[in-house]
Structure formats: structure tokens, C-alpha cells
Design a protein around this ligand. Sequence first.
Ligand SMILES: C[S@@+](CC[C@H](N)C(=O)[O-])C[C@H]1O[C@@H](n2cnc3c(N)ncnc32)[C@H](O)[C@@H]1O
Length: 501
Amino acid sequence: MDTLASYDELPYDSLPLPETQPDFLAAVARLHGFDAPDPTRARILELGCAQGGNLIPLAWRWPQSECVGVELSRVQAERGTQFIQQLGISNVRIQHGDLADLPGDLGIFDYIIAHGVYSWVPPSVQQALLDVCHRHLSPHGMAYISFNVTAGWVPLQPLRNALIERTATDLPAPARYQQALRVLNELEAEWNDPVLRKEIAFLKTAAPSYLFHEYLADFNTPVSFGEFAMQLESHDLRYLGEAGPRHAVVELEDTWGLTPEGMAGRWQDAESALDEAHAIRFRRALIARADAPCAQPPQAGNLSHLAFYTDLQSDDEIDLENASEQRFINPAGNTFPVAQPAMKAAVMALSMAYPNALAYPDLLMAVRQVMAEFGASNPVDEALFRNALFQLVAAHGVMPCIRAGSAAGSPGEYPCAQTLARLQARSPGWMVSCLRHTTLDLDAAACKLLGLLDGSHTVDELDALMQATLAEMGVEQSLEHVSERTNQQMWLFARQGLLVK
Ligand SMILES: C[S@@+](CC[C@H](N)C(=O)[O-])C[C@H]1O[C@@H](n2cnc3c(N)ncnc32)[C@H](O)[C@@H]1O
């Protein structure tokens, strides 16, 4: 097969995926007692990388890494290649081709990423994907494979069946998507099942490519965790842990005398039970070669070797005296309840430091400082704190990484944005990716401003340029108003790590 028509016609939104960042994956691996390779100088392979919206920002962040993307849709692979040429970096390339037919000289990789591929390809390509991991992972390398899980998909299957039956398979993807939207309205009037109705409401506003590729595409084959683990075993691979957010973490009891393999078996059974109990729909599995050391369920004790970052806000005044539950919200709109006072102080300290990360000992020190500054009299109980941090890390309220580093710049006299961000801002079909591998959704004026930040204009000049730009867009505003807005935007860019230090 030369290309994939459905992905040519309705390209997948190709965005940075925070959970695939190798420094995050390495941190998750450490929580599981597994020592993964240094991401900053790693060889990284992404299978089904679309136009490279995830891979290119990783290559940009780590100039000493070597990144290869493989993509079967010719349109997407060519878009990515063109973007890389414009960006002018040489440590990343996107190869148009089938992951089931990779050239023999591709070499060995420390990280292999396959997001949104495994469940959406024919069985032969699923086998080929696992085979690529087996053949191309370095001895301590890690693969990330996401897949749909039977436990959560069985209740949704009637919706997929109805959408396939009631739409014309021979229509081009965009026209079929429009037809599917009309079918969703019909189904909403016909069906009472609350799970299906909730999904219909979600699909009506979801990205067209999501609806198409989950509900209309030829393949969406969910698998149980147990079956997936068996597939790994038959390819000489082993499960290492989960890179997705968890609201429950497996803790094994009575493990005395068990071999690491025996413990891993018990752990996998417990993971399967969790899927059923929580109707899990999607997993992001971390995988290693079968001859790599055996990983274990995550341990809170391993947190002390990591660094952390988060960007959380609360509308309420933070109570650092009492273990009263307070809700924090991240920019994606996910909420995280936090009760323990030291953990609330940690969220405050980390959100202040964002996008920089704090290493565990520095975080503990910052917690004590915040508590003292706000006059909180209770001492920090480190064991309780570590447990609260462990829960929040598992839920992705706080993200772990392996090195603190300091990344944030400030607007300064001649504001200058990263070349990648400026190119993304002026390229249709690309989203601006932030330092922490999230996406910044900017309006046309903000994109224009970001594109202008090449370090050659003073802040005053930028204000005047933006006033003229807005006028061209038909928006007349006073210089004072434009200046205030420009200043806010530039601090937002700084907070997202888009400005050069
Ligand atoms: C659902 S999209 C996911 C894209 C991207 N990984 C992401 O998560 O945003 C699946 C991608 O895999 C690509 N793909 C499907 N089969 C493939 C194959 N056999 N070889 C390489 N790429 C393939 C598709 O063209 C598409 O871009």
C-alpha cells in the first residue's frame, strides 16, 4: 500500500502529546524501578507520527537526540518533511512508508512511540508493530504503545456499529463525517442509554478526525489488558507500567518470597481487574524487551529521585492549616482535589516555578518556605507528603521528569521567541507547542505577535506594530489597550517556555 486515503483526506490533528515525552516516560519508568536511557541524547522512533506534531518539538528540545518518524499517509509525511526543512534542523526526519515494511538499516532506538496506532490497524500491522519494538529497542529502551481497551469499549460498540451501518463507506472521509453528524442526531432521538447519549454529545463537538478514526474507520479493535500482555510475551517483550493518568494504583500485598516474575504476574492480574472495575477505555502501555530487568508496580519511595512540574490554579483561598479538600484545575480543565496542607503548598510552589521543574529535595524545601510564609504552624510530615504527591503524580495533576533544569525566559527589552514557536504560529495546520509539550491555542492576533518576536523589536515597537496589525484585521484599539494586551501575551509566552532566555 502506498498511502492511507482516509488519513490523506482527513488528516489527524497532529499535536504534541505530553504523555509521550521521553523525559516523562523515563520518570515513570524510575517510579517502577526501571532505569531508562537519557532522553536528551536518545534515538527516538515514532510510528504513525502523522505530520510530526509530536516528534518535531521533541527533536527541537533535545538537539543531541536523533528522531525518526514513520508515516503511511503520504500527505502527512510530506507536510512534516517540508516543515522540518523550513525549521532547519537535522536531527529529525519523517519517512513516508509502512511500519510493517521498515528498512533493515534503521538501527536501534531508546524510545519507540506509537500513539493511536495499535488498535486502528489490521492484525498483521499490530503484529508488525510489536515486532518493530522487539527488533529495534535498545537493551534498556522503552516503547510506548497506546490502545483501546475492551472493558470501556464494549458498551460503546452499538454506537460504532450504527454509525458504520448508517453511513456510506464509499464517500470521501469529510463527506462521510458530515453524514455521521446527522446520524448522531437521529440516534440521540432514538436512544436512552446514558453512556451512549453522553458519548453522542461528546462526539458532536469532538475533532472530525477523532469521530472518523474511532467510529467510522475500518479498524478499531479494542483488546483486554491480559490479551495485550500475552501478545507482548509472544514477541519477547514485557509490560513495564502505565504512562496514562491513573485514579487507582495497584499495591501488592503479601509479596514476601515471590520472584520478580511472580510479582509481575500478580501485578498484571490486578491491572486487568482495575480495567473492569473502572470501565477503562484506553491505555498507554510502557514496554521493554523481555531480557530487560523486570519492573514492579510504582513505588512512592522512588519519587525522591525525580523532579516535578505543574500548572494548577484554585479559585479559593488555600487553607494550609487544615486537611480540607480543595480543588485545583489545570489549563486543560481537569480538576484535582488536594487535602494535605503540605501538598497544597507544593502545588503553589510548583505552579509558581512553572514551566521549570523542581527536584524532590528542592520541592520539599519550597513547601516548608511556603508554609512558613503563610504562617502555617503544622510541621511537614514527609511520609504523608510523599504519599499525597504519589497520588497526584499518578493522576497527572503533577508531572514527573528526571531533571529540574531551568527553562523559562522573560520578555526582556527585545523579546525573542523560539524559532519553532514562530514557525508554528505562522504555519496553517500547525499548533504552537509549549516547553512542557502542551498546545497553546492562540487567536490570529496572538499568532501574529508570536511571529513578530524575532528579537529585533523593542516592546514599544511591538505595541505599535500590533496596533497596525489589528487595524489591518479591522480592529481599531488605543495604543494603551494594545500595549496592555501585548504585555499579557508576552508573559503568557514566557510562562509556556516559548521565549529565548
Ligand atoms: C490515529 S492517527 C495517530 C497519529 C499520531 N500518532 C497522533 O497520535 O496524533 C494514526 C496514524 O498512523 C498512521 N498509520 C496507519 N497505519 C500505518 C502503517 N502501517 N505504517 C505507518 N503509519 C501508519 C496513519 O496514517 C495515521 O497518521
